[in-house]
Design a protein around this ligand. Structure first.
Ligand SMILES: Nc1ncnc2c1ncn2[C@@H]1O[C@H](COP(=O)(O)OP(=O)(O)OP(=O)(O)O)[C@@H](O)[C@H]1O
Length: 247
């Protein structure tokens, strides 16, 4: 099943064309890395898939229906600094806050909501810390809370915005394993990252973007240096290309 379909997306921000004719498709179980330089439009693309960005043109569908009707089916893990960690709530309540788009601000959370929250916390290994104020968590624990918060929605597609930034190797490995497992269970995962080597290693597909999609394919299919130069504007013979094993 197609979890996310973006077609002919154009986005103008501050008078500039930030995304141009973007096409992207994620099937259930895909783990796609969204790769591109700073300012390429990766976050804008994720926010568009959340229905938060005004489109100049193009369509976005989640599980076969327009995004306007499917916002509650998109799980979003923002960059860690975007969450208000000084807000006086504990882990369980932070995860529950991810259900707001389903629960609404008016209705009280019910049994299904608490079940989803408990499952999501267990999934990321945070059950034992459920009563801990979020302000007291380490960076890795915070990242796991954000993932649980997105999973609590039981999303059709999980969007991850640079989830590894500032995390140590064991935590990166733990999260990579979690994202891989989720995709193997059928969860569609779209992740932006600047860790190109890790993306080459772990993602089933990569999408190279720089305002528009330069190329999409398996890491093996993207070993043409020209594609990476087009995406990143780097010089021929750059050590980055060698490090990535592209030629
Ligand atoms: N609200 C806004 N108003 C005007 N311009 C914006 C706005 N948000 C983003 N932009 C611009 O859109 C472009 C794409 O930004 P975006 O954050 O999507 O890039 P990115 O690929 O996620 O970058 P990074 O890797 O640095 O996070 C940038 O040039 C940015 O300055």
């Amino acid at each position: 099943m197609t979890a996310l379909s973006v077609q002919g997306l154009n986005v103008v921000l501050g008078g500039r064309l930030v995304l141009q004719d973007v096409d992207l498709k994620l099937e259930a179980g895909d783990f796609m890395g969204l790769i591109g330089p700073n300012g390429a439009g990766k976050t804008t693309l994720l926010r568009s898939a959340l229905g938060l960005v005004r489109r100049s043109s193009g369509t976005i569908e989640v599980a076969g229906a327009p995004i306007s009707k499917m916002r509650q089916r998109v799980g979003y893990v923002p960059q860690r600094h975007e969450f208000a960690w000084d807000f006086p709530i504990n882990v369980a309540d932070a995860v529950l806050s991810g259900r707001v788009r389903r629960v609404g601000w008016v209705r009280r959370a019910g049994v299904a909501d608490y079940r989803a929250v408990n499952e999501a916390m267990a999934r990321v290994g945070m059950t034992a810390l459920r009563d801990r104020p979020v302000g007291q968590l380490s960076g890795g624990q915070r990242q796991r809370v954000l993932v649980a918060r997105a999973l609590a929605l039981r999303p059709s597609v999980l969007l991850l915005d640079e989830p590894f930034t500032g995390l140590d190797m064991p935590t990166q490995e733990l999260l990579t394993d979690l994202f891989t497992e989720l995709s193997q269970e059928g969860q569609a995962v779209l992740m932006t990252t600047h860790d190109l080597a890790a993306a080459m290693h772990t993602c089933g597909t990569l999408c190279l973007v720089n305002r528009t999609v330069i190329a999409t394919g398996t890491p093996d299919a993207l070993r043409d240096a020209e594609l990476w130069r087009a995406a990143f504007g780097i010089r021929p013979g750059s050590p980055l290309l060698a490090a990535l094993g592209v030629n």
